[in-house]
Design a protein around this ligand. Structure first.
Ligand code: KG4
Ligand code: ZN
Length: 477
């Protein structure tokens, strides 16, 4: 039985001091326990006999093991394991961040026990005990318990809420799309978008909680897209997240929209590092190198238009509904590459350019119209998409080779494109590169990707206070 020592337990205090005189001097325990509210001692009792004990400092959300001992004649009977498990379980129940300790480097038995319970070496104190080193060890508790992140996305024209467990398991997502409203105008109208977010946001939250059968009490933290995006739209999501954080006393985690798109892949398969992410969306075209979670190095990006923007503008010129991307994808699959278009920025850099390609398509359409020729939409879509694919695959495969990286992920709305997926699949298989694509429904904007990314931001302590403000344009860091 494990019992916490109380400061009036005179009998236990004096037996502890006698049994473990190598650790305590007479009067030590009483003095410490009365003077230090953070100190706790747990005893392993057999009937009334003390067989071992563990002494800890519990300071806010951290625990430090100060002393840990089992009587010599009772060792190897798992008493140490039981005491340690007791402390670990307490730490999990009380949402502690970590447990730290120091151990002599020659105390093999203790080190073996700590390693078994997944304590990791943090640093060495050279010659701390005369000629013997001290090893500092730490166990992260946060990773031991289930973490449920509520994600919120409202950066453009989707109002979305999602709950994701431990960064990888989607519990449920509800997304309300405004596409049908913006279709009437041939693109997203920012003022209309923010108004629609305001109208929908509480309903979408309610529906998400209903669908997942969860309450705000089950949520560990709230992750919200704070940028980049349309400022009015972002504001609605951020204000909602701040209100929930304040009301329910939950940590607030700001998430960069692009990191969300990247972590949409984490819901398919846990990211493997190092990796290169090709981010292709309505607002972004970037090659990003990641060595580990939440480390983003930009290798290059578009110098002008984003790929998705180019798709949508080409869509408008050939007369298809907004957003043009998915329609062009379908048309391309049945067309032939009969039109000649230039491959943009065919150089050694990792940068892209799509405004020249867009102008080339516009000019081609106008010229043909002036000549009285009818445009073959399927063939033009196919010719255009082939050039996009050529540009994206050349630069991406070059980056993988030059940085000697074996893992590729695609991210962003345009990664839903079947032609682009097929080409990367073939190239990766030929070159022995592991590849992951986000599920098609989570290629475009959604809150599941924000909740997944938010989990790793939470582990990285990227927590904000209530002064958080949205930003329309910000680099991924
Ligand atoms: O990621 P997303 O939802 O919003 C931004 O963060 O920008 O991406 C939207 C973009 C739009 O430009 C849309 O046309 C494009 O993704 N898109 C596609 C496809 N599905 C969506 N582009 C090409 N092929 C598709 N199948
Ligand atoms: Zn997006």
């Amino acid at each position: 039985m494990i019992v916490e020592l109380q400061n009036n337990d005179d009998k236990y205090i004096s037996s502890l001091e006698k049994l473990f005189s190598n650790v305590f001097l007479e009067g030590d325990i009483e003095k410490e326990i009365n003077n230090n509210p953070y100190l706790k001692i747990y005893m392993y009792l057999n009937e009334d006999d003390i067989l071992g004990f563990i002494e800890i400092y519990q300071i806010y959300d951290r625990i430090e093991i100060a002393n840990f001992n089992v009587l010599e004649s009772y060792q190897n009977q798992h008493i140490g394991s039981k005491l340690l498990e007791y402390i670990i379980n307490n730490a999990i129940d009380n949402q502690m961040k970590n447990i730290t300790l120091e151990v002599r480097s020659d105390n093999e038995k203790a080190i073996y026990l700590y390693k078994k319970y997944r304590f990791e070496n943090v640093s060495i104190r050279k010659n701390y005990y005369g000629k013997v080193d001290g090893i500092l060890m730490k166990k992260d508790i946060i990773k031991e318990k289930d973490i449920y992140i509520l994600g919120i996305e409202s950066s453009c024209d989707e109002t979305s809420f999602s709950i994701v467990k431990n960064g990888v398991e989607e519990i449920g997502t509800v997304t309300s799309s405004q596409i049908n409203i913006h279709k009437l105008y041939g693109g997203v109208v920012p003022e209309i978008a923010s108004r629609a977010h305001i109208k929908n946001i509480t309903f979408v939250l309610e529906e998400c909680l209903e669908k997942t059968k969860m309450t705000m009490d089950d949520i560990t933290a709230i992750a919200v897209t704070y940028g980049p995006g349309l400022i009015g739209s972002l504001l609605v999501g951020v204000e909602c997240a701040k209100t929930l954080s304040f009301l329910y006393n939950k940590p607030l985690i700001p998430v960069h929209h692009i990191s969300g798109h990247i972590y949409a892949n984490n819901l398919v398969k846990r990211l493997e590092f190092p990796l290169i992410a090709l981010v292709i969306s309505g607002g972004h075209t970037e090659l990003i190198l990641m060595e580990k979670d939440y480390s983003f190095k930009k290798l290059g990006g578009t110098l002008d238009d984003a790929v998705g923007e180019c798709y949508d503008k080409v869509g408008r010129v050939i007369g298809v509904e907004y957003p043009g991307g998915p329609v062009i994808d379908k048309l391309a699959s049945i067309g032939k590459p009969s039109y000649n278009l230039p491959i943009p920025l065919n150089d050694d850099s990792y940068n892209f350019s799509f405004s020249g390609l867009k102008s080339a398509v516009i000019n081609l359409v106008h010229n043909e119209e002036q000549r009285g020729n009818e445009i073959n939409k399927e063939n033009l879509a196919c010719s255009f998409q082939n050039v996009v694919i050529e540009s994206l695959t050349t630069k991406t495969m070059k980056a993988l080779k030059e940085y000697n990286i074996n893992n590729l992920i695609l991210a962003g709305g345009v990664s839903a494109n079947m032609g682009i997926r097929d080409s990367f699949k073939k190239l990766c298989e030929k070159n022995n590169i592991n590849y992951t694509f986000p599920s098609v429904k989570y290629s475009t904007d959604n809150a599941a990707m924000i909740a997944s990314s938010g989990y790793y931001a939470y582990l990285d302590n990227r927590i904000s206070d209530l002064t958080l403000n949205p930003v329309s344009s910000i680099e991924l860091k």
